[in-house]
Design a protein around this ligand. Structure first.
Ligand SMILES: *Cc1c(COP(=O)(O)O)cnc(C)c1O
Length: 399
């Protein structure tokens, strides 16, 4: 043949040398606080299944019912003939849950970001993102061809400087003809740090400079706000956000991505979002499971589950023995710094039958490797305590 495999092996060797080599671990159990890997039962503190819904009976039952009624596959894209009733029911449920006019679902959150940003912006526009936004937003920003500007994490004065610049380069044309646009994109709760965007201040800035705002609530939906709609609800700014994005695969316990917003936004995406148009509809079971997840989160059981999660998070911090951050978050990063050291610490935990992932570049910046502990409502207090103690002992003896 040719040198194809040799070339790839050379690249793989370089990845290994930097301590950045990754491999898949096969899990032989459902997603839950206790998982089975390689025949070993492990305590799982790695998943984003914050409310423990991935293996929840009512949600599994909804998926099974959908398979019985609508079959296994979706058959085609939504615009061809795959727009099955469960997708419409899910979108109605999402719009009601979020309090928006309409909603559209995608096969993943990743596809939602790529399709939506690609539809909204062209090369004449400007996209402004927080330095720490998820890779799908970075990729979408690059792909859409708009001028890309990045502000330091949560740095509002840098954001304002960029907005000033954007208005200047646009000149009066934008106001008169509405052609060139500025879109700010941020997460509400950041995936690898667990901290929060200053959404109220960002809304003020976007109003001042006439920009649009897209907020990714992947790690906030189901957890924050009186009705658990997300951080935008908690901060009272839902009505000010043009594009509300999220995933159905984290707290909601299923899979898929969503965009919630105005009717014109959703109609426009149906016509222009390429990852929606040119992709087979998600299987009916996924849509039905997600709709059941939305219903669960809205119910009293959802409220109880959310409150239990915050209780477990508090218990973790108490057992960990360091002052907790000022905000509530199920994502608890333990910064190690060095990539290899982070991997070794995770391996030491694994020896104690505890699964906490080491997060490295390119998921986080180089030299900022960390253990990412995620606590869920499905953990028991004893499990939370023993993991907090084990992590603390390992990190202490390293430093
Ligand atoms: C997980 C995640 C996504 C992608 O959602 P998927 O449904 O997993 O594709 C988008 N944004 C953030 C912040 C995420 O953490």
């Amino acid at each position: 043949m040719n040198d194809f495999n040799a070339a790839l092996n050379e690249r793989l060797a370089a990845i290994r040398k930097q301590g950045l080599y990754r491999e898949l671990r096969r899990v032989d159990s459902p997603q839950s606080p206790r998982i089975e890997i390689g025949g070993k039962a492990l305590l799982n503190f790695s998943s984003n299944d914050y409310l423990g819904l991935a293996n929840e009976p009512v949600i599994k039952e909804a998926a099974i019912q959908a398979v019985e009624k609508f079959g296994a596959g979706a058959g085609a894209s939504r615009l061809i003939c795959g727009s099955l009733a469960p997708h419409h029911e899910l979108e109605e449920a999402l719009a009601t849950f979020k309090g928006t006019e309409a909603a559209l679902t995608f096969s993943t959150g990743y596809a939602a970001a790529i399709g939506t940003i690609g539809a909204l912006l062209t090369k004449d526009d400007v996209i402004v993102i927080d330095k720490l936004v998820h890779a799908c937003i970075v990729d979408a920003a690059r792909l859409c061809g708009a001028k890309l500007r990045v502000f330091s994490h949560n740095d509002l004065s840098e954001l304002e400087d960029i907005l000033k610049w954007a208005v200047e380069i646009q000149g009066p044309r934008s106001k008169v003809q509405g052609q060139s646009r500025v879109l700010i994109v941020t997460e509400s709760v950041f995936s690898m740090d667990g901290d929060q965007a200053a959404l109220r201040e960002i809304v003020e800035l976007k109003n001042k400079y006439g920009a649009w705002l897209m907020v990714d609530e992947a790690h906030a939906t189901g957890l924050y706000g009186k009705y658990r709609r997300g951080l935008a609800e908690e901060l009272g700014v839902s009505g000010e956000i043009e594009v509300q994005m999220g995933t159905l695969g984290k707290a909601l316990g299923a899979s898929g991505g969503y965009i919630c917003g105005s009717r014109p936004l959703i109609d426009f995406l149906v016509n222009r979002a390429r990852s929606f148009i040119f992709s087979t509809a998600p299987v009916p079971a996924a849509a039905a499971a997600a709709a059941a997840g939305v219903r669960f989160v809205q119910s009293e059981a959802g409220e109880a589950r959310r409150n239990l999660l915050w209780k477990r998070v508090e218990e973790f911090h108490a057992a960990f023995g360091k002052p907790p951050p000022a905000y509530r978050s199920a994502i608890i990063p333990i910064i190690i710094g060095d990539e290899t050291e982070a991997v070794e610490t995770a391996a030491a935990l694994l020896k104690k039958n505890i699964f906490v992932p080491a997060i490295r570049y390119p998921t986080v910046a180089r030299g900022e490797a960390r253990l990412r502990v995620t606590v869920t409502a499905a953990h028991e207090v004893g499990e939370v305590n023993s993991v907090a103690t084990a992590v603390q002992q390992l990190v202490n003896c390293k430093s």
